[in-house]
Ligand binder design. Structure first.
Ligand SMILES: Nc1ncnc2c1ncn2[C@@H]1O[C@H](COP(=O)(O)OP(=O)(O)OP(=O)(O)O)[C@@H](O)[C@H]1O
Ligand SMILES: [Mg+2]
Length: 372
């Protein structure tokens, strides 16, 4: 496998016409050899365009693609040795599963005995043994997608494998198993992988690092942990997590000699490391806090200073937790808080919320201020 570098790539469709579309503004990204990466972002942000530029199906308007340091921008797909698994698999119905898997190897002139051992290995890994001699036309979309995945993985000389939403046709309950098998193959063969999806859960379970795009730009390329804990801007804060980070409009005030975030009448203390980076004259400020970090009290807390009173608007059960939506008293600031499934709480209840300073992120003009 290989290292893939996307250098200063820009792509404009139909340049110079009235239909001109800037699909990629400017992207720089290096995928290290043997790593699992995901490319995540809203529909239309440029994911497929970037993938096709890496594989060579599309010639970029500007910039270069490097494989292990070699500029391959002008090379056609077949000279890049990049396998691509598409949203809708391309499987040959005239061949059985075995021959479909063997196809890229036969094409590459690999000797039959080696082909056989590689097909067996892929078949073991993806659990295709029972269907090796079946015709794809009888298998349904999900197994066909597995075969397509196997065919992508089987070539030992591949520089990288690009997956473009490969789970679209797979039943939700089976996605996890299939993704696990693909992940095992990725690790076993040390594959440099780029997995495109708009499902953050899929991205975060597959990849060591996730690249998040928006409007043709790469916004953050980072571990799941960092995307969650240290989003570079409000877009990532909101996009990652379910529900996303609370982003609460605030102003800055000086209280007891230290800057505080002001949510209407409520003063929220901020951690000391942030203090020197803040400017009390700023407007367009938000504090960000994960629903799981908000502390909820149903009884009036002793130390009221750290708590802001709120009224519960809504309680929903989401993925084994309850998500409370509450409005801070005397404001229209809405906060979501995550509590245990058996936490006794009802709509219209009075509660008290606090925001632990270490868990608060601060944003000025949508950008994160200070590292965590
Ligand atoms: N062949 C094309 N000709 C003109 N414009 C295109 C073409 N393909 C994509 N676009 C436009 O380029 C932008 C990026 O599209 P792209 O398909 O790369 O997004 P995507 O992130 O893969 O979206 P999705 O999640 O819906 O698959 C969009 O505005 C899209 O309409
Ligand atoms: Mg796409």
């Amino acid at each position: 496998m290989a290292e893939i570098e996307v250098r200063d790539i820009r792509h404009v469709y139909d340049q110079g016409t009235s239909d001109e579309t800037v699909a990629i503004e400017r992207v720089n990204l290096t995928l290290k050899d043997g790593t699992a990466n995901a490319l995540l972002g809203p529909s239309g942000c440029g994911k497929t365009t970037l993938l096709q530029i890496i594989s060579g199906l599309l010639q970029p308007t500007e910039g270069q693609i490097l494989i292990d340091g070699e500029d391959v921008t002008d090379k056609p797909p077949e000279e890049r040795d990049i396998a691509q698994v598409f949203q809708f698999p391309v499987i040959y119905d005239s061949m059985d599963v075995y021959d479909n898997l063997a196809f890229p190897l036969r094409n590459g002139g690999v000797p039959e005995n080696e082909i056989d051992s590689r097909v067996q290995r892929i078949s073991d890994l993806l659990e295709l043994d029972d269907i090796l001699h079946s015709s794809p036309s009888n298998l349904g979309p999900e197994l066909n997608q597995l075969v397509a995945l196997g065919r992508g993985i089987i070539r030992a000389d591949t520089s990288a494998i690009l997956f473009d939403e490969p789970m679209t046709d797979v039943e939700p309950s089976r996605k996890l198993t299939i993704r696990r098998r693909v992940k095992e193959a990725q690790q076993e063969f040390n594959i440099t992988a780029l997995y495109v999806t708009h499902d953050q859960h899929e991205a975060l379970t597959f990849a060591e690092q996730v690249a998040i795009m928006r409007d043709g730009n790469l916004v953050q390329y980072d571990t799941g942990e960092n995307l969650y804990q240290n989003p570079v801007n409000t877009f990532i804060g909101h996009f990652i997590g379910s529900p996303g980070m609370n982003l609460l409009d605030c102003t800055l005030s000086q209280k007891n000699g230290a800057p505080h975030a002001q949510l209407g009448p409520h003063s929220v203390p901020l951690k000391e490391s942030l203090h020197p980076k803040l400017d009390l004259s700023w407007s367009d400020c938000q504090i960000g806090i994960r629903p799981s970090s908000v502390t909820v009290q149903v009884a009036n807390p002793h130390d009221e200073a750290d708590y802001a009173p709120a009224i519960v608007d809504q309680v929903e059960m989401v993925g084994g937790f309850q998500i409370i939506t509450a409005t801070l008293e005397d404001t229209d600031v809405e906060v979501k808080a995550r509590v245990a499934h058996d936490f006794a709480i009802e709509k219209d209840a009075s509660i008290w919320l606090s925001f632990p300073p270490d868990d608060i992120r601060f944003f000025h003009q949508q950008e994160a201020v200070g590292a965590a």
